[in-house]
Design a protein around this ligand. Structure first.
Ligand code: NAI
Length: 331
């Protein structure tokens, strides 16, 4: 059997583990720890395909370099594709993705962050480890009866809605493509900002959603609203959020993603001085929880990602229909 050489970028130990244990006859992965960008694309020389992730920078220059090196398929091991110049890839490299792996993983993480934030679990954990059993300052509120405003009612948004309903919360939502017969009360973006006690973002990053939570929106929100973002960092203007938190207009934020995350997230900088002042301040606020893009990180999601990515590559190399192709029409 002729093996297809696949350059695998931004490899972490868990990626390697799950891809190696998923059957992949005919594919040989070359694992690289570096991200895919203009400096690293040359390593694909002689490769038939590449596998990349959310914080790789796949602009026109990178696409052209990959093509020059022989790559004809780029399989994203994620759902989002806002980091790729899809137009530049047209007619050169097929872009495939994993549209759905475990939407439960992301929705459940969103609720985990909300519960931690609201009930101050992160602060209680630190206190009791220091034998400080005081509960002063740890007051939260009942989620029951509060209004969750969901922006984006796709796969993840719908599961998060179900979870919130389980807590007895009222749901309102904004989505330009509302679901029919869902029982969800759809409202305008402006009304959602005004009425929600919790705002959770579950839409993709596009031109129309870039900074959907900006200075203007943050002027409209209910005082003490909690803002949750497990979708893409650039949905929120982080500087505007920081100001709103400082001015106590926003009660708290749970962020699994951050606009400038690409050079920081997934890496260990515990011995370094971080140069991003906005992130440093956010991380240090008692009412902000930052997780580093880990909402997807469950056994089920990692298995699903490996299976679908390998299936995508096999379909491409065997000339089968590409059901997970990303085309310009979608972006
Ligand atoms: P989906 O495609 O099933 O749903 C997205 C929804 O957003 C759709 O209903 C769509 O109509 C809606 N939408 C589109 N434009 C909108 C706009 N302007 N305003 C409001 N809603 C809009 O996507 P899915 O699977 O639910 O994923 C949502 C997002 O979660 C992804 O785009 C991705 O960025 C993020 N994600 C994050 C992960 C993490 O580990 N933190 C892992 C997987 C996905």
């Amino acid at each position: 059997m002729i093996m297809k050489e696949i350059a695998f970028f931004d490899t972490k130990p868990y990626d390697r583990e799950y891809f190696e244990k998923t059957p992949h006859d005919g594919l040989h992965f070359k694992f690289y720890v570096n991200k895919l960008n203009a400096e690293t694309a040359f390593v694909t020389k002689g490769c038939d395909g590449a596998v990349a992730f959310v914080n790789d920078s796949i602009d026109e220059k990178v696409i052209n370099e990959l093509y020059k090196c022989g790559v004809r398929v780029l399989a994203m091991r994620c759902a989002g594709y806002n980091n790729i110049d899809i137009k530049a890839a047209q007619g050169k490299i097929k872009i495939l993705r994993v549209p759905k792996y475990s939407p439960y993983a992301v929705a459940e993480h969103t609720m985990a962050v909300l519960l931690c934030l609201n009930r101050k679990i992160h602060r209680a954990f630190n206190r009791t480890r220091d034998y400080n059993f005081s509960i002063n300052g740890l007051t939260g509120f009942d989620l029951h009866g509060k209004t969750a405003g969901i922006i984006g009612t796709g796969k993840i948004g719908q599961i998060f809605i179900d979870i919130c309903r389980g807590f007895g919360m009222n749901i309102i939502a904004y989505d330009p493509y509302p679901l029919e017969n869902s029982g969800i009360e759809y409202v305008s973006k402006e009304e959602l900002f005004r009425r929600s006690d919790i705002i959770s973002l579950h839409c993709p990053l596009t031109k129309s959603t870039y900074h959907i939570v900006d200075e203007e929106a943050l002027k409209e929100v209910k005082k003490d609203v909690y803002i949750l973002n497990t979708s893409r960092g650039a949905l929120i203007d982080a500087e505007a959020l920081l100001t709103a938190l400082k001015e106590s207009r926003v009660g708290g934020a749970g962020l699994d993603v951050y606009e400038e995350e690409s050079s920081l997230f997934f890496e260990d900088f515990s011995g370094s001085v971080i140069q991003d002042d906005v992130l440093s301040l956010l991380v240090n606020m008692p009412n902000v929880i930052v997780t580093s893009h880990q909402a997807f990180l469950t056994h089920e999601a990692l298995s699903g990602i490996a299976e679908v990515t390998i299936d995508n590559l096999n379909s491409f190399f065997s000339g089968k229909e590409l059901k997970n192709e990303v085309t310009t029409n979608q972006s």
